[in-house]
Design a protein around this ligand. Structure first.
Ligand SMILES: *Cc1c(COP(=O)(O)O)cnc(C)c1O
Length: 438
């Protein structure tokens, strides 16, 4: 028997003995697509190299944070300097003030912001704040939107709008999700009905404005307008989960995209993560002064964190934001992302493969469906066997996309026109093999 020389496989075998499923976050395990996860040895610019030394063009970028690509020199420099000054103090620092100011300048719906360490923590804290500030318990979320793994948010729809949700994870007591109402994304009739039934008891409506956890699905403008109107009318807070879209789809996040279509539009609270840490554990939530001042130590809503506003993470985040604020940054990024999507569409069309795609800024999604889906159940009509062939076809040829059809993709500023062209050429080749099978 020849010894197994696949270092990825060796590491995965070892990891599975030590870490549940061999991974520290489930989607990394390739369970949806099969095969061996790639263990990353190092990354630079738009590429990473796995444990076998194989190079990949990276369209995940740590699930969004690496908007500048890997190892951007200005970010590396800022982090190296911060490290020499100390890892963590548990006391305030100047960089936290600077980062708070930068975020508030870029997201005008926020007067104040609190820094935390993960998107999960930020979303969970925003909900506690919304409940504390309104004195209400109930909340609306949408099927297919992910807001981290806090108990109250691991929930699927109940049997009707009068009933609340059911836990989607073992270990979540039904009582914990009894206040969470799960609606279909982009379904205006359900939205109206939910507010008619529960409006006076709703603390908030939480939404991914451009949902990136069911691939890429936009909230329609009339739907978003109605979310805003109903929240205002019933005294519920509109909470934008921009952990993925913030500083990713535009400098001002998805809320700036909706404000172009709906004059004066803004959410009440915003939740940020991913890009604001530039790859370090950093997230945030913020909103109007009167609401944010409900937080401890000023107000009755408790929230805290030993590593919150970590000095190395804030250095990384600040250096990242400084780069993306440079004039023309998002135009360049959006142009490359659109070129990639248009190229993939043309490549699929040439082989007669059903394909639809959408993008905003540096975030994209594509579907092996003839038309873009508008909600979770439509996304799930995608042919997963075909997707898996596409995924492995790309992977074998050095292109790394998300290992599940319900995830978005990301282009970084480090991806060159040549990287995009290479990706399209590779995809053309893979679509050819797919079309033989349909
Ligand atoms: C990634 C993500 C989260 C969770 O963030 P973590 O840092 O993984 O806890 C929450 N909401 C959205 C929209 C996300 O994409």
């Amino acid at each position: 028997m020849t010894p197994n020389t696949d270092r990825n496989q060796q590491l995965f075998d070892r990891a599975r003995q030590l870490i549940p499923g061999g991974v520290n976050s489930p989607v990394r395990a390739f369970r949806a697509v099969g095969g061996t996860p790639r263990f990353v040895a190092r990354a630079q610019g738009p590429y990473f190299w796995d444990a076998n030394g194989q190079r990949y063009i990276d369209y995940i970028g740590s699930w969004g944070p690496m908007i500048l690509g890997h190892g951007h020199p200005a970010v590396v420099d800022a982090v190296q300097r911060a490290v020499t000054e100390g890892f963590s103090f548990g006391a305030p620092t100047e960089r936290e003030v600077e980062l708070a100011q930068a975020i508030i300048e870029l997201v005008p719906s926020m007067d104040m912001v609190r820094l935390v360490s993960s998107g999960t923590e930020a979303a969970m804290s925003a909900i506690r704040l919304a409940r504390g500030a309104t004195g209400r318990n109930k909340l609306i979320k949408f099927e297919g939107c992910y807001h981290g793994h806090a108990d109250a948010l691991l929930v699927k729809a109940g049997s009707g709008l009068a009933t609340f949700g059911n836990p989607t994870s073992a270990g979540v007591p039904p009582e914990v999700v009894q206040h969470t109402l799960v609606l279909e994304y982009n379904n205006l009739a359900q939205l109206e009905e939910a507010f008619a039934l529960h409006g006076a008891d709703l603390a908030c409506l939480m939404i991914e404005p451009i949902a990136g956890n069911m691939n890429f699905v936009r909230a329609a403008v009339p739907f978003m307008r109605r979310c805003r109107e109903l929240c205002t009318q019933h005294g519920a807070l509109l909470v934008f989960d921009e952990v993925m879209t913030g500083f990713r789809v535009a400098l001002g996040g998805a809320q700036s995209v909706y404000a172009k279509a709906i004059p004066g539009f803004k959410p009440d609270l915003s939740v940020l993560g991913k890009v604001i840490g530039g790859g370090m554990p950093l997230a945030a939530f913020g909103g109007p002064r009167a609401i944010m001042e409900q937080l401890a130590p000023l107000g009755p809503v408790y929230q805290a964190g030993t590593l919150s506003g970590n000095p190395v993470a804030t250095a990384c985040g600040l250096a990242t934001l400084k780069e993306i604020r440079k004039p023309g940054f998002f135009d360049g990024l959006a142009g490359k992302t659109a070129t990639l999507m248009n190229g993939l569409k043309a490549a699929a069309a040439a082989q007669g493969v059903p394909f639809s795609a959408d993008c905003e800024g540096g975030m994209f999604g594509f579907f092996l469906l003839p038309a873009l889906p508008h909600n979770y159940s439509q996304v799930m009509k995608s042919d997963s066997a075909q997707f898996n062939l596409l995924f492995h076809g790309l992977l074998d040829r050095g292109v790394y996309i998300a290992p599940a059809l319900y995830e978005a993709g990301f282009v970084s500023a480090a991806h060159s026109e040549a990287d995009i062209a290479e990706t399209i050429a590779v995809a053309r080749d893979v679509f050819k093999s797919l079309s033989l099978r349909v």
